[in-house]
Design a binder for this molecule. Sequence first.
Ligand code: BGC
Length: 415
Amino acid sequence: MSFMKNLKATAAVVALSTGVAQAADVEVLHWWTSGGEAAALNVLKGDLEGQGIGWQDMPVAGGGGEQAMTVLRARVTAGNAPTAVQMLGFDIQDWAKEGALANLNDLAAAEGWDDVVPEALQGFAKHDGKWISAPVNVHSTNWVWANKAVLDTNGIAVPETWDDFAAAVDALSAAGITPIAHGGQAWQDATVFDAVVMSTGGPDFYKAAFIDLDEEALGSDTMKEAFDRMAFIRANVDDNFSGRDWNLATAMVINGDAGFQMMGDWAKGEFLNAGKVPGQDFLCFRFPGTQNQVTFNADQFAMFDQGGAVSAEQSALAQAILSPTFQSAFNVVKGSVPARTDVSDADFDDCGKQGMKDLAAAASSGNLFGSMAHGHAAPASIKNAVYDVVTAHFNGEYDSATAVTELVDAVSIAK
Ligand code: BGC
């Protein structure tokens, strides 16, 4: 019996012999609380249950995971870290630096993760040569979701450029339809900003501003133009956008109450969960002007050190997550694409197939960049500084020229 099978068997035996399910439970902290997200999560729960491992759910709602990270900090401070935690990019590295995460190297070596997990993900999943988290998926933020009937009725073709997009928005507005479904929460404003910055300035500019945190790029006229475009978007959302959850904004597009939503591909999970079919009921396309780029974020499960070697349950969870069959089954439902390069696209719908193709092409052409909004461009302190400025500008607290100055200042203080 292999080392891993042994571990799984041990976990199952612990559960059986004690008769107490908790003995081999995993407690998982996550923010997958929408209908589509819960459907995807059930794929993982089911997989583990099949191995005799129970699931203690610790959901903390809030896209982007800010609230979840606050709860996590409190739990760790109280000396009661969950077994596994959904986590994004730089947050994983921050916890690893604190020495809080378990070492998954034995499992990673046995399973050959080094050969199949994309390099961009390994940069976040490993610290000091140690695997400290298990990548679940790859999402990307530069997508637009559209109601096909709404576009067809109004004679609108898929916009290729920002100008096409602005014209489509104007046409919907003139027809009395809410052009853009949006939820006014800082992380959602920032998610849109990822794509707008990429579209306005192109990949070199995105990298200079968001990854290199170059003051000149942050303070440039191009950045001012990006803020002007955000103001245009703000002018074309409905009156009730403030505070709305992202999945309720998606529902507006699903129900034909709005034309477009700019959101990461977790939005697709909501369309699928509502029984909608890509190409028939809804359209997915890259944010106009970013067709060759991908701004990505990958959900990973970081395993918290439970005081010793990685536990059998943690290993079983990590192994399940990285298995090729799970990677396909889960990501088909979640809207994301696999965190392995060797998974077939056969079971994915057209949006998923495009996502996989785009990711591979962007990675090989140097057009794959971490999402600022979702913790893959810069550490949380900087991300939060960007959130503050983008949201204040979106809510009309200051104009685009002031936003640029504020952005330079906020990033420089946070650095
Ligand atoms: C996560 C997604 C999640 C989304 C909305 C993102 O930060 O990466 O998995 O679906 O937030 O909750």
